[in-house]
Design a protein around this ligand. Structure first.
Ligand code: ADP
Length: 749
C-alpha cells in the first residue's frame, strides 16, 4: 500500500477509487470523517487533510447535519437521496447527496447540482409519464422493449440505447435498439457471458442505475488518516470504472455510458444500455426519471414475458387443434399431419420434420436425407422415455448426426406407436449458424479465481463457440408439452376410430352369421317338402297316367321341372351359405394338376363337346384350398363352353406377368403393399358380356338369359366363385367384348 506524506498527517491511499464528477466521504456513525476522495478541494473548497479526522460539522451547517442524522439506518442496500447545501469560503454550494450505510460507516457522496443542461423536473416528470402510458399500450415483448429504448433515448439524448437480454447461460443478445443514423447497428448481436463477469452482474442486481459520464476519466483515489480499511463501493454512485470495462468500451468507441438493469422475479434479466460517443453527464433528475422508468419496465417485464409465453402456448395449441381436426376428419392420416407444412413445423417451433408411418417416411422443411432419418429413428427409438426423446445437441449423443448438423443439431422425436412404426421427428439447425458475434473476438475479460477480472485475449470466445457447436436452440417445455398433447390426441383419435371399426365389424359379423345360418336353415328345410312335391308329382305321372288328360300331364311335368329347378337354386344358396362358414383348407396346389382334374370331370360329364383347352405356359403352384379352387375353375370353364355360339370354341387359362401382363390390353389390379399377387385369367371366344352386366353377373341368381338359352343355369355359379376368391383374400372381375369373348381375371392373396 502506497503511503503519502504531508506536513500534517500521514495519509493512506486506500484501494478503490471514484469517478471525478463528485466527492466521497466515509463517516463513522458519530459522523466523524474517516476517509475522503482526494478531490475535495474542487467541490468543497477544502483539502482532504482539512477534513480527515474532523467531525462532519466542520463541513456542514446544522440543517445539513440534521438531515443526515435523520436518515434511516436500518435498511441495507438502500441509497438515500437528499439535497445538501455546503458552506464554503466562496459561499454556499448545492449538492445532490447520496447516503448509504455500510456496516459501522456512513458513505456520503456529493454531486454538484450545477449541470450543463438546465433541468426542469416538471418536464422530466411529463416525459416519464408519457413514456409509461405508451409502454402500457404495447402488446408484445419486443415492441415493449423497443419502446423502452426509444423513450430512454428521448429522455437522455444518448447516441445509442440498446436492450440486452441474457440467456440461461448469461450470454447477452441485443433485442432492441435505437441510435443515431451514422452508428452501425448492434441489433441481433450476441455477447459471450464473460463480457459481463459475475461480480459486475452482481453490482447490476444491487444498483438501479449506473452512470459513467467519461469512460476514460482519471479515477480519484480515496484517502484516510485514522481508518484505512478498504471500502466496499458496491453501492457507491461514483464508484470508478474497472479498467477492463474502460478498455472494452473504448474498443467500441464509447465515451460515456449509462446502464439500467432489468430485473425479473429478482433475477438479472437484461440491461438497458446507453452509449455516447463523447463524454456525457446525465443530471440527477433525469437519472432518477430513467431509474423509475427502469423499474416500471422491470415490473412490466414479468407480465410481458408471461404474456409472451401464454401467447406462444396459445399459438401452439391452435396449431395443434388444427392438426387434430384434420386428422379426425380425413382418412389420409399422413396428409392431415403434413399439410400445410408450416403448421407441422410450427407445432414445436422446428425448421424441419419427418413423419414415419408404417415405416414410410415423408420429409418436410430442412431435414437429413431419407436414409439418415431412417437410421436416426432406429437409434432414437432406444432413447425414448415416455414416448418422447429430445435433445438440443444430437451430434454429441449420436456422432453420425455431425454430417447433418446444419439441419438437425436438435431433435424432438415423438413415438406414436412402436408396433405400427409411427413416429414424428422435428429438427432444429446448429445454433452457431444464427449467432452474430459482437466486438473484437480477440479480446475479452477473464474472471480470476479470486473474483477479480482482467482483460485477456478472447479465448472465451473460442470456449463459447465450443459450447454452442453442434447445438441447437433448446426445446422449450411448452413445445415438448405440445408434442406430447399431439400424441395423446392422435392416440385418442386412432383408438376411437379402431373402436368404431371394431363395433361395425362385430355388427357385420353378427348379421353375416345370422344371414348365413338363416340361408342354410331355409335352404336345408326347403329341400324336404320340395323332394315330396317332386316325388308325388312323379308318382302321379307314372301311376295315374291313364286317368290324367293331356293338360294335367303337362302341368305335372311343369311342376316336376320347376321343383328340379328350385332344388338347383336351393343347392346354390346352400353352397353359398356353407362357404361363408367353413374354414379354408390351404395348401400348396399345383394348378396344372388341379386343371387336369377339372377338365377330366368336364369331359366325363359331357358326351358331346367341342371345347379346345389352351394353356400357353405351365401354371405355377400356389397356396389355396384345392376343392374350392376346383369349383371356381370348373364353373368358369363350364361357362366358357356354355356361353359360346362359335363353331370352334376355345378357352385359354393362364396368368399375367407381375409387371402387368402379356402386353396387349391386359390389365391387372394393383394391390396395396409391396408384393402383388399373381393375376390368373380364363379367356373364351364366347358371346361376351355387355358392359353394364360385368358387375351384376357376380350376384346370386343373376342370369342374363332365359332358361331355354345356353343350357340353362341357376345364376349361382359366379356368386359362388366370387365368394371363394374373396375367402382367399383375392378378387375376380371380367373384361369382355360382346360377340368376341370374355376374360375372367382372378387374384389370390
Ligand atoms: P349360370 O348358372 O347361369 O351359368 P353363373 O353365375 O355362372 O350362372 O353366370 C351368370 C350369368 O353370367 C350367366 O347366366 C351368363 O349370362 C353370364 N356369363 C357367365 N359366364 C359367361 C361367359 N363366359 N360368357 C358370357 N356370359 C357369361
Amino acid at each position: 500500500m502506497e503511503l503519502l506524506s504531508n506536513s500534517h498527517n500521514e495519509l493512506t491511499l486506500n484501494p478503490g477509487s471514484i469517478q471525478p464528477h463528485g466527492v466521497l466521504l466515509a463517516l463513522s456513525t458519530q459522523l466523524e470523517i474517516l476517509q475522503v476522495s482526494s478531490n475535495t478541494q474542487v467541490y468543497l473548497d477544502k483539502q482532504p487533510e482539512e477534513l480527515l479526522g474532523q467531525p462532519l460539522s466542520s463541513l456542514l451547517d446544522a440543517p445539513g447535519l440534521e438531515a443526515i442524522a435523520q436518515l434511516p439506518t436500518e435498511e441495507i442496500d438502500t441509497l438515500n437521496y437528499l439535497k445538501l447545501s455546503v458552506p464554503t469560503k466562496e459561499g454556499k454550494r448545492d449538492f445532490h447527496a447520496f447516503v448509504h450505510h455500510l456496516g459501522d460507516k456512513i458513505i456520503l457522496e456529493l454531486e454538484s447540482t450545477q449541470s450543463p443542461d438546465e433541468v426542469n423536473f416538471i418536464n422530466i416528470y411529463a416525459l416519464i409519464k408519457r413514456a409509461i402510458a405508451k409502454l402500457k399500450r404495447t402488446n408484445n415483448l419486443i415492441d415493449f422493449l423497443q419502446l423502452a429504448a426509444q423513450q430512454t433515448r428521448e429522455i437522455t439524448g444518448f447516441d445509442r440505447v440498446m436492450v440486452y437480454q441474457f440467456d440461461h447461460q448469461g450470454a447477452g443478445e441485443v433485442i432492441a435498439e435505437v441510435k443515431t443514423q451514422e452508428l452501425s447497428p448492434y441489433l441481433g448481436l450476441h455477447y459471450p457471458a464473460t463480457d459481463i463477469p459475475e461480480p459486475a452482474r452482481d453490482l447490476y442486481r444491487r444498483n438501479s442505475l449506473r452512470l459513467i459520464p467519461r469512460i476514460n476519466a482519471q479515477p480519484v483515489e480515496l484517502l484516510s488518516s485514522i481508518d484505512d480499511t478498504p471500502l466496499d463501493l458496491s453501492l457507491s454512485v461514483l464508484r470508478s470504472v474497472h479498467p477492463c470495462c474502460v478498455e472494452f468500451h473504448q474498443n467500441m468507441g464509447v465515451a460515456a455510458l449509462m446502464v439500467i438493469p432489468l430485473i425479473k422475479n429478482g433475477n438479472l434479466w437484461g440491461l438497458i444500455s446507453c452509449h455516447h460517443q463523447t463524454p456525457k453527464y446525465v443530471p440527477y433528475e433525469i437519472r432518477s426519471g430513467c431509474e423509475f422508468l427502469g423499474q416500471i419496465v422491470s415490473s412490466e417485464l414479468a407480465n410481458k414475458v408471461i404474456q409472451e409465453e401464454v401467447d406462444y402456448k396459445a399459438r401452439l395449441e391452435s396449431l395443434r387443434s388444427g392438426v387434430v381436426e384434420s386428422i379426425s376428419q380425413v382418412d389420409n392420416f399422413r396428409d392431415a399431419l403434413i399439410q400445410p407444412e408450416p403448421r407441422l413445423l410450427g407445432l414445436v417451433g422446428a425448421t424441419g420434420a419427418a413423419v414415419c408411418l408404417d415405416g414410410e417416411i415423408s420429409l418436410v422443411g430442412a431435414t437429413p436425407d431419407l436414409e439418415d432419418v431412417r437410421s436416426l429413428i432406429t437409434w432414437a427409438d432406444t432413447q425414448v422415455n415416455d414416448n418422447i426423446f429430445y435433445t438440443d445437441s444430437l451430434p454429441k449423443l449420436y456422432p453420425e448426426a455431425e454430417t447433418f448438423k446444419d439441419a438437425a443439431s436438435g431433435l424432438l422425436l415423438l413415438r406414436i406407436s412402436k408396433l405400427r412404426h409411427y413416429y414424428i421427428l422435428w429438427f432444429r439447425p446448429e445454433v452457431i449458424r444464427t449467432v452474430r458475434w459482437a466486438g473484437n473476438p480477440n479480446e475479452s475479460i477473464q474472471v480470476n479465481p479470486d473474483g477479480s477480472f482482467t482483460l485477456c485475449p478472447r479465448t472465451s470466445f473460442e470456449q463459447w463457440q465450443e459450447i454452442v457447436r453442434l447445438t441447437s436452440a433448446p426445446w422449450q417445455e411448452c413445445e415438448i408439452d405440445s408434442a406430447l398433447s399431439l400424441r395423446n390426441a392422435i392416440v385418442g383419435i386412432v383408438l376411437k376410430k379402431a373402436e368404431e371399426l371394431a363395433k361395425i365389424n362385430q355388427e357385420l359379423e353378427r348379421s353375416n352369421r345370422e344371414l348365413a345360418s338363416f340361408a342354410y336353415a331355409a335352404s336345408h328345410d326347403l329341400k324336404e317338402p320340395l323332394r315330396g312335391i317332386y316325388n308325388y308329382s312323379v308318382i302321379l305321372l307314372e301311376d295315374y297316367a291313364s286317368v290324367l288328360d293331356e293338360d294335367a300331364t303337362e302341368f305335372l311335368q311343369t311342376v316336376i321341372s320347376l321343383s328340379v329347378r328350385m332344388e338347383a337354386l336351393i343347392n346354390g344358396l346352400l353352397r353359398l351359405s356353407q362357404l361363408g362358414q367353413a374354414a379354408l383348407q390351404l395348401q400348396a396346389v399345383n394348378l396344372n394338376e388341379l386343371l387336369d382334374q377339372v377338365i377330366n370331370v368336364f369331359h366325363a360329364s359331357r358326351q358331346q363337346h367341342n371345347l379346345e383347352l389352351r394353356i400357353p405356359r405351365p401354371l405355377p403352384t400356389i397356396r389355396c384350398d384345392p376343392v374350392l379352387m376346383n369349383e371356381v375353375f370348373s364353373n368358369l370353364i363350364t361357362n366358357a363352353f356354355k356361353y359360346n355360339d362359335k363353331a370352334e370354341r376355345w378357352v385359354e387359362i393362364g396368368y399375367l406377368d407381375q409387371q402387368g401382363g402379356q402386353g396387349s390390353n391386359f390389365s391387372t389390379l394393383s394391390s396395396p403393399g409391396s408384393h402383388s399377387p399373381i393375376t390368373f385369367y380364363v379367356r373364351d371366344n364366347g358371346i361376351g358380356i355387355p358392359p353394364h352386366h360385368r358387375q351384376t353377373i357376380f350376384k346370386l341368381f343373376k342370369r342374363l338369359h332365359t332358361q331355354e338359352k345356353y343350357g340353362g343355369g341357376t345364376g349361382a355359379g359366379l356368386a359362388i366363385a366370387k365368394k371363394i376368391i374373396e375367402r382367399h383374400g383375392g378378387q375376380i372381375w371380367v373384361e369382355s367384348t360382346p360377340g368376341e369373348g370374355s376374360t375372367f381375371y382372378l387374384t389370390l392373396e
